[in-house]
Design a protein around this ligand. Structure first.
Ligand code: PHE
Length: 340
């Protein structure tokens, strides 16, 4: 009984003290071991009771020593002590990037109108980025100032230059090369331009370009689809305005503004008091482009549009500095945690 009390009150400051307790009680010459050896001298009529008590004592002792060992191990590992109250999954959940949220929303809107997705390489050849898009051989966009070149053609054939695509129109060229109308695709992707990084420009950004080619496609179709997109994206009261513009691959071409969704078109600092903000470029696909991509321009017509995901995100969430999207500044990114 005295041993039982002693065992119950055992303490150890460190692992070796716990080991000593083991030697004292359970090793070959330990007192509990000796007690067990003495067991044969116990009168037969007491064997059952005494046996049970000794066994109980031994189990208690083993359990207590194990407990002490665990405790001292935790103490000895210092700051790295195992904290059993810590959650099992301490990894903080990330959130969707604002550009991904807006890109998905744009894709969703166009998919509901029957557009499918198309994809292409970021490292492209001149043929798909410029030549098939009706850029003249001396067009300034081909110039080093705009485009990142990867490899200059050894045969001095500009169409074989390898570059980082400067717009996703290259994907449209690939789709037209590979299929015949009706074609209704959107091409989301990253594009690259050799520009200094400022609040308003970056050397890369994200585009979604769209292409629709079929019999009798007219500017009216383009305008209605763009209006629907603008209203889905910025609210049902949104109106659009098309201004004549120029792109080598569309004729006629237009730039599209939406009525400022902040002031509802009345004029505010956000739209520089004009009531309008520009969101995309569009137009009727130039017949030259159709022919260069193997589509009969006497049978088919089509429209194309291209928008910047950063631009739409800036407007939608009033982000004024483009650089925020690529700086991995988590307080900024966390603001979009509940956006979608
Ligand atoms: N490719 C144009 C750009 O990058 C956008 C655009 C696409 C304009 C299709 C008109 C039609 O600026």
């Amino acid at each position: 009984e005295a041993l039982k009390v002693e065992v119950a009150n055992m303490t150890a400051k460190n692992a070796s003290e716990a080991d000593e307790l083991y030697v004292k009680h359970l090793s070959k010459k330990g007192d509990i071991t000796l007690l067990m050896q003495d067991f044969r001298n116990v009168p037969a009529d007491q064997k059952k009771e005494v046996g049970m008590k000794i066994n109980e004592l031994k189990q208690m002792c083993i359990a207590r020593i194990n407990e002490l060992k665990e405790q001292t191990e935790v103490q000895e590992s210092g700051d790295e002590a195992i904290d059993l109250t810590r959650t099992a999954y301490p990894i903080e959940l990330g959130s969707r990037h604002p550009l991904t949220i807006v890109k998905n929303e744009i894709i969703d809107i166009f998919q509901r109108m029957g557009f499918t997705l198309a994809d292409g390489p970021e490292v492209e050849d001149d043929l798909h980025v410029f030549t098939k898009m009706n850029f003249a051989a001396d067009h300034p966009a081909r110039d080093m100032q705009d485009t990142f070149f990867v490899e200059q053609s050894k045969l001095n054939d500009v169409t074989k230059n390898i570059l980082l695509r400067s717009h996703t129109s290259s994907v449209q060229a690939r789709v037209m090369d590979a299929s015949q109308p009706p074609i209704r695709v959107i091409c989301p992707g990253r594009v690259f331009r050799n520009e200094a990084i400022t609040a308003r420009a970056h050397c890369f950004f994200h585009q979604i370009e769209g292409l629709y080619i079929d019999k009798n496609v007219s500017f009216t179709d383009l305008k209605q689809v763009m209006l629907t997109f603008a209203r889905e994206m910025f609210g049902p009261e949104t109106s659009i305005r098309l201004r004549p513009s120029y792109f080598p691959f569309t004729e006629p071409s237009a730039e599209m503004d939406i009525s400022c969704h902040i002031c509802g078109g009345k004029g505010c600092g956000f739209c520089k008091h004009t009531g309008w903000v520009e969101i995309l470029g569009c137009g009727m696909v130039d017949p030259n482009v159709l022919e260069l991509c193997g589509i009969d321009s006497t049978k088919y017509s089509g429209y194309a549009f291209g928008l910047g995901v950063e631009r739409i995100t800036n407007l939608k969430y009033q982000v004024s500095d483009l650089r925020m999207f690529s700086e991995n500044y988590t307080p900024f990114l966390k603001e979009f945690e509940n956006a979608y």
